[in-house]
Ligand binder design. Structure first.
Ligand code: AHG
Ligand code: MN
Ligand code: MN
Ligand code: MN
Length: 375
């Protein structure tokens, strides 16, 4: 299709807003600011060493974030870009990020709005210095009425909303092309950045995840720490055509979840980063998170006794699992903790981790069945 016939991100958002007569257009303006942040990060990523932003943050003893991870310069730069591109607009009551321990308060000289922006400014940081695709992930929630009515500073509790309440979510993928994948609750659309125009052009108007797949993604070096249902699923995939699945599988692991999610949105697949028994000394306090199924979590059933050795895995609920889970569900795929839909988990901490399985519906449902069967 010739470029002149393609919609821009702005056009798509306006057309989507027409579904809600009387809508203010604030969400659209916010999403355009987020997309500008992604364009700026895309440029910094593309410059690599030339931009002076590769490598670890240079501080005595290195900079370690609230996750217990050594921060890359681009982690910090990307976080700054998201803040500067969004704090001024008057659409946000507050922001929260992987790279900030506490929520970010909108400075007093800027107006405050009705949305909360939660983001992973640079996903796949360990790949940045080896020139492998990385991305940014964002999630938009409504601030509680009391926050918007009073204009008060935001607190962690204001962000504790299940993924099902997200107003919009998406990611930018900084790969051979820069792409933006977005859902405003009406399916998933994909946009490709035209670097000459500086515009995200609509290239994938209605993304659907194939319900079946022969491709799975998991970090197999953790296999000795997996719970039995995951081990069973992976062993069956590895057994191939002569095993219980009766077909051969392929495996991928990029270590940038955004890149894995994109592959799955484009051609199907299943991604697993399950909760596991991996001891992680430097982040033991952080890697463990409230046990899933804790009383009060939506649809979780009775609280389960917590296995002290059980970690919640590596991925974070608020700014990795929920936004990607929202996209997967909107595209006809499925996103689960293995035991319940991830979008139904009631968050209790901003940086809490969660076991995550997402992708082709039939495969995720199989993995959930294996978790329901007695050990
Ligand atoms: P981040 O770079 O934002 O900290 O996230 C990295 C995550 C995710 O993108 C990826 O799937 C996973 O970490 C890779 O984990 P391993 O390094 O354990 O494979
Ligand atoms: Mn990180
Ligand atoms: Mn990440
Ligand atoms: Mn990150």
């Amino acid at each position: 299709m010739p470029l002149s016939n393609r919609s821009t991100l702005t056009q798509y958002l306006i057309e989507q807003r027409r579904r809600f007569p009387g809508a203010s257009g604030e969400l659209n303006a916010l999403l355009l600011d987020v997309s500008l942040a992604c364009k700026a990060i895309a440029r910094a990523v593309a410059l690599g060493e030339l931009g002076g932003s590769s490598g670890d943050v240079e501080m005595v003893g290195g900079a370690v974030n609230v996750q217990g991870e050594v921060q890359k310069k681009l982690d910090v730069l990307s976080n700054e870009v998201f803040i500067r591109r969004n704090e001024w607009s008057g659409h946000l009551a507050g922001l929260a990020s992987e790279e900030m321990a506490e929520p970010y308060q909108i400075p007093a000289n800027y107006p405050r709005g009705k949305y909360l922006l939660v983001f992973d400014p640079l996903d796949g940081s360990s790949n940045i210095d080896v020139n492998v695709s990385v991305g940014s992930i964002f999630s938009i929630l409504r601030a509680p009425d009391e926050v918007t009515q009073t204009g008060r500073d935001v607190k962690e509790a204001d962000f504790m909303q299940p993924g099902s309440t997200q107003v919009a979510a998406g990611y930018a993928l900084y790969g051979p092309t820069t792409m933006l994948m977005l859902s405003v609750g009406n399916g998933v659309a994909g946009f490709t950045l035209d670097p000459n125009l500086g515009e995200f052009m609509l290239t994938h108007p209605d993304v659907r995840v194939p319900e079946d797949t022969r491709e799975f993604a998991i970090n197999a070096s953790n296999s000795r720490f997996w719970e039995a249902p995951i081990k069973r699923y992976v062993d069956e995939c590895l057994a191939g055509a002569t095993g219980p699945r009766g077909k051969d599988f392929n495996m991928r692991w990029i270590a940038s979840m955004v890149a894995e999610a994109h592959r799955i949105l484009m051609r199907g697949g299943v991604f697993m980063y399950p909760r596991d028994k991996k001891p992680s000394p430097q982040t033991s306090a952080l890697r463990s998170s409230p046990p899933e199924g804790v009383a009060g979590t939506l649809g979780s059933g009775p609280a389960r006794a917590r296995d002290p050795m059980l970690n919640a895995g590596r991925l974070r609920l608020m700014y990795e699992a929920n936004p990607v889970g929202f996209l997967m569900e909107q595209a006809g795929g499925r996103a689960s903790t293995g035991r319940q839909p991830v979008l139904g988990v009631q968050p209790t901490e901003l940086h809490q981790r969660i076991g995550l399985v997402f992708g082709s519906k039939n495969e995720v449902e199989r993995i959930e069945r294996y978790h329901q069967q007695p050990a």
